[in-house]
Write a protein that binds this ligand. Structure first.
Ligand SMILES: Cc1ncc(COP(=O)(O)O)c(C=O)c1O
Length: 454
């Protein structure tokens, strides 16, 4: 929060003409500190005034290239013109809220969502936040399990996977740091360790059997008292969010086969991953898995609060009439934005574009990794998603300080990165970003790494 006299920048896509953070903006941050719980704070100190396509502007004349898409929301570009014009029509129509009374844009959105998703997804529940839909998936999996027998309510999730901030979602994560406040542990939620390369304890070679690794981890849960026949379902964060780490394909295929053998459902949490971010519409498609449910949020509307669980009718109709809705579910403005957004993703070929531009992104990041091998330990991700993982150059241990400094330096130069507070920086520009802006942003990232490293 101390303004720095950053060098002035004036390029095709970036402009820095003040100290950063801007001295006049500090009073706004102070007001937030005064009136708002600190649980909402910790972001880089930029006041957003306007965001268009792949750029963010403050009210003081500065402009940034955005590598965040807010947080993987604006895949179709900030303030996508199709979304803006659909919302303008909706505003003129004067229909801001209907609760669960029907309205046309809800019908149109649902129809489009089901049309663009693979055949097994027949129905949806619409909600507002991501955390609501992971809780909804948990409810659906347990309800489904109970149709088999009352004790079939066990959920298997991954330790440290992000599913949201409400109680069930935090229980799925199972991290005592974030769920200790709950005060007890649900005995019917079991956690698998994420199969990071180091989980194989140095045994990883190209022919390492990740399928067997999955079965061995399941045996460990059995030794902890798990009866496999009581498993109602598995929930998988499609990639591990903080580092953009993808699971080994053989591991997920073994999980999928195991679930089917035991009449358990598989839910992918695609809230951060979906809608083209990784070069496919959904991440489960990279794994060749066949999920029963997928959880969607963030980029589903490219803007307003909208989320969904989708699945087969048989599962989606388990909750009774009126028992899985919320006050703001399927708000008309959100559905209007959602429909325009899905049309924009299709019209702009954004899924294919993500794969194409992803090659530019990952080639360059791997060059950076080679040049800064003493600092960068891994590049993870696919398509226009990347996690750059940092290590301490002396100890080789994960380093969370260096990436924070890089994010701050990049901000001073006109580039916004996803600051995770961990040993990673995440990159996820709008899928509409032009190639030259992507390259300019990557140049700034490398300059920032070089300056903090020197
Ligand atoms: C994978 C994943 N699941 C769930 C959530 C929670 O979504 P929301 O913040 O909309 O509640 C997030 C949010 O970052 C997420 O990344």
């Amino acid at each position: 929060m101390i303004p720095v006299d950053a060098p002035r920048v004036n390029t095709k896509y970036r402009r820095i003409v003040t100290k950063i953070p801007v001295p006049e903006s500090l009073e706004l941050f102070k007001a937030l500190e005064k009136y708002e719980s600190r649980s909402m704070h910790g972001q880089l100190p930029v006041i957003w005034d306007r965001a268009e396509d792949f750029q963010v502007f403050d009210p003081y004349g500065n402009a940034w290239i955005d590598f965040t898409s807010t947080i993987f929301v604006t895949n179709s570009g900030h303030a996508n013109p199709k979304i803006i014009s659909a919302l303008q029509k909706n505003l003129e129509q004067k229909l801001l809220h209907t609760y669960t009374f029907a309205h046309k844009s809800r019908v149109d959105f649902l129809k489009k969502l089901i049309e663009i998703t693979p055949e097994q997804f027949e129905k949806a529940v619409l909600l507002s936040a991501g955390t609501e839909v992971t809780e909804c998936a948990l409810k659906l999996m347990r309800m489904h399990g109970q149709t088999v027998k009352p004790s079939k309510i066990v959920i298997i999730s991954f330790r440290d996977a992000m599913h949201g901030r409400t109680m069930g979602a935090e229980m799925l994560k199972g991290d005592p740091k974030t769920s200790g406040w709950i005060g007890y542990i649900d005995p019917n939620i079991y956690h698998l360790p994420v199969p990071f390369p180091w989980a194989a304890r140095g045994k990883v070679k190209n022919d390492y059997d990740w399928g067997q690794h999955f079965y061995e981890d399941m045996q460990t849960l059995r030794e902890d008292g798990l009866d496999f026949n009581n498993i109602a379902g598995f929930i998988i964060e499609s990639y591990i969010g903080w580092g953009a780490f993808f699971y080994p394909v053989a591991y997920i295929q073994a999980l999928d086969a195991f679930a089917k053998e035991h009449d358990a459902l598989v839910a992918f949490d695609e809230i951060q991953a979906g809608f083209g971010r990784t070069g496919k519409m959904f991440v489960y498609q990279h794994y060749g898995a066949e999920p029963d449910l997928i959880c969607l949020g963030k980029a589903i509307s490219g803007s307003l609060p909208l989320s969904a669980v989708i699945g087969r009718q048989k599962i989606m109709d388990l909750p009774d009439v009126g028992s899985m809705s919320s006050t703001h579910s399927a708000n008309p403005l959100c559905c209007t934005a959602g429909l325009a957004n899905l049309e924009a993703i299709e019209a702009g070929n954004l899924v294919e574009e993500s794969a194409r531009k992803g090659a530019i992104l990952h080639n360059r990041l791997n060059e950076i990794k080679n040049r800064y091998a003493h600092r960068v330990s891994h590049i993870w991700g696919k398509g226009l998603l990347a996690g750059v993982i940092f290590k301490n150059s002396k100890t080789n241990r994960p380093d969370s300080v260096f990436p924070s400094k890089v994010c701050e330096k990049a901000m001073q130069k006109g580039l916004l990165l996803v600051h995770t507070g961990r040993e990673s920086i995440k990159i996820g520009p709008p899928l509409t970003i032009p190639d030259d802006a992507l390259i300019e942003g990557l140049d700034v990232l490398e300059e920032s790494i070089a300056e903090i490293d020197s």
